[in-house]
Design a protein around this ligand. Structure first.
Ligand SMILES: [Zn+2]
Length: 199
């Protein structure tokens, strides 16, 4: 539709989640009309993300170092592990200040429709992590939707025979929703009221 580089920009922006063709076009023209200094700052931020941000080798959270701040913090309880789908869920739970254990980020949820199975998630890493016997409780904090529930059920069946206490966040979270959209109070209460999973 547009010439060369402008169309390339629109195409690239259109690949971002939640950005449709119209929004991509709007953002592209906003950038074209912006102060080049502002655009450079965006370019720098994007470049730094590629160079400097990686994933924690232990939990899979985003991290500036080999291990994230939470994994390096000796005050965090190593006996309790909270399993979440994405790094944004770690942020949401940290905000509640209810949880003092450590995390494991799966990198998504089981979804047969989208072709995502356990092998596509950091499940093997989770099992490896549990081998030391340090962890005694697993809190399954996957999203309260179909994929999140399927993932929680799968993990509960996998982990319970290992003699772990496997719990799931209490109801009260909006069903069908995304963990990150739950308000801090609701999410905090869901932690307190977590229940043992029967599978
Ligand atoms: Zn970590």
């Amino acid at each position: 539709m547009y010439e060369g580089v402008v169309q390339d920009l629109i195409d690239e922006l259109g690949r971002l989640p939640g950005v449709g063709p119209k929004s991509a076009q709007r953002i592209a023209f906003h950038l074209l009309q912006s102060d080049p200094v502002d655009v450079r700052r965006l370019v720098t931020a994007l470049g730094e993300v590629i160079e400097k941000v990686r994933f924690c080798e232990v939990c899979g959270n985003v991290s500036a170092d080999e291990q994230c701040k939470i994994c390096r913090d000796p005050r965090r309880d190593p006996a309790v592990l909270c399993v979440v789908e994405e790094p944004k869920d770690v942020v949401a739970i940290e905000k509640t200040r209810e949880f003092r254990g450590r995390y494991h980020v799966l990198g998504g949820a089981i979804s047969p429709i989208e072709g995502v199975g356990p092998d596509d998630l950091r499940v093997r890493e989770l099992v490896t992590r549990l081998a030391s016997g340090e962890v005694t409780e697993i809190i399954l904090a996957t999203d309260p939707n179909l994929e999140g529930e399927a993932t929680a059920t799968y993990l509960a069946r996998l982990l319970k025979p290992m003699g772990l206490r496997v719990t799931r966040l209490a109801s009260g979270l909006p069903v069908g929703g995304d963990l990150e959209y739950a308000d801090e109070l609701t999410l905090g209460r869901a932690f307190e009221g977590r229940r043992l999973l029967d599978v």
